[in-house]
Design a protein around this ligand. Structure first.
Ligand code: COA
Length: 194
């Protein structure tokens, strides 16, 4: 994969690294993260190590692109965002969390916009999708602000923490992105297999 350092005014993103482990251990342990994701709770001591090792392997094997989200203003680790491509369909799924102290600063939105640009520009994807639980409208708002479109709600698609839960689905297509970003779209030249 090519350019993997992404920057905007609010965030810098770079591949997750072993130095991030203590920050992940501290921030991912919050119940508010587990409630909305598959991050385990209580957070096992070895989980951050395993998560980072999987992310490093994912980059090496070109199976997943998991980024650390660093808040530009403070240079602090604030969360993670991963893009999980399915090359046969030139599509990918995004997942993310932001540590509680950093909520409401626009970081998830800035990171999602960057990872979408990366997915279309560097990976040559055709479709980028994400989903959230219905009781997590903040995440839906992040997807809307990144110009993803609501596509529907999958009924009881998840068995999460002992309950069946719906998934609210959003996606953005390459052609949606190109219509909004003609200059960026012209720069895109990669394919998902590069
Ligand atoms: C969801 C999450 C990623 C948002 O991160 P963030 O950096 O605070 O997001 P942003 O600041 O970019 O944007 C949040 C938006 O949601 C809005 N919002 C917050 N709470 C909301 C609520 N209860 N209902 C509707 N919108 C809400 C904010 O007002 C903001 O929108 P605005 O800019 O139009 O005002 C973060 O809360 C988080 O990590 N939650 C736990 C894990 C998680 O949910 N991961 C995603 C799984 S799909």
């Amino acid at each position: 994969m090519k350019r993997n350092e992404l920057t905007s005014n609010l965030v810098v993103m770079r591949p997750l690294a072993r130095a991030d482990i203590p920050h992940i251990r501290r921030l991912a342990a919050a119940e508010a993260i587990a409630k909305n994701t598959y991050v385990p709770h209580p957070y096992p001591p070895e989980a951050a190590d395993e998560f980072v090792q999987k992310a490093i392997d994912g980059w090496r094997q070109r199976e997943a692109c998991v980024f650390a989200i660093i808040e530009s203003a403070s240079a602090q680790f604030a969360g993670c965002m991963g893009l999980h491509p399915e090359p046969a369909h030139q599509r990918a799924e995004v997942g993310y969390w932001i540590g509680l102290p950093y909520w409401g600063r626009g970081l998830a939105t800035a990171a999602l916009r960057l990872i979408i640009e990366f997915g279309f520009g560097e990976l040559g994807l055709n479709r980028i999708a994400a989903g959230h639980f219905p009781y997590n409208p903040a995440s839906g708002r992040v997807m809307q602000k990144a110009k993803m479109r609501y596509e529907g709600t999958l009924r009881e698609a998840h068995f999460h923490r002992g309950e069946f839960k719906d998934e609210v689905r959003y996606a953005i297509l390459r052609r949606d992105y190109a219509a909004d970003n003609p200059l960026e779209a012209n720069k895109t030249k990669g394919t998902a297999e590069d």
